[in-house]
Design a protein. Sequence first.
Lengths: 78, 226
Amino acid sequence: MKVRVTISLKNGVLDPQGRAIHHAIEGLGHHGVKDVRAGKVIELEVDETVSDEALDDMARQLLANTVIENYRIERVPA
Amino acid sequence: MSGFRSAVITFPGSNCDRDMADALEKVSGTAPHRVWHGDAQLPEGLDFIALPGGFSYGDYLRSGAMAARSPIMRAVVEAAGRGVPVLGVCNGFQVLTEAGLLPGALMRNAGIRFVCREVALTVENSQSLFTAGYARGQRIVIPVAHHDGNYFADEATLDRLEGEGRVAFRYAEPVNGSARDIAGVLNEAGNVLGMMPHPERMIEAAHGGTDGRALFESAVKGLVGA
């Protein structure tokens, strides 16, 4: 099954990339965008037997750096 | 000053490992062991371990993230725990934070751009193994070359680092947006130093300066005697 791990910067952590994207959006002439935060999505294809605990370990130990990032794990229905 | 047993770890994508090995050999008189990331063990009886700059694993996931989980890092973490001095420069600093040997994280430079130039630093702690050859408050010039050098830690961690004298070097000019202009930090025991600037690129006159040399001299002198 597919598991999606969404990684985002914690609140209060400056996001220079998000800011640059924001400026670029405005440069295209779009208005009304108040803030942009860039993150990443990592998709895993796993056996049904892989536990939530194991997925959490993977996210905490490697996929996210919890000093600066939050993560959210979702099992994606086929 | 023979008998200084050091090791330089090379990860796939390291590119300052040769400069680091050269600096260690020139200052100590003994060529370091060259250790590959896939090795499970370090040479016996090491006095000093260096993690060089570069772009290990192409900076995949996060700078230093993959290298920090490579086989040799288990041995480096274990050696650091026994008190073996570990120096991480640039990507090596990123690896040390990712491996949990140093607090905080190194994020994308606040100005987005890669910064590659000589910068002025202030020596904040001249009592450590690595910095005893400098005077507190001394201004030195060392090059930086990085994209992810923006040091981040929460306020409580920053206060603790400052209170415990663990900020080794501070930028004396704006460079990358680092919290409190931190350029290098020590671990609690003082045997692990991570820094973004490259002291190994400033050890002889032909480099345009020698301000990095005292770091290696301090370590060699402190470990095997003058």
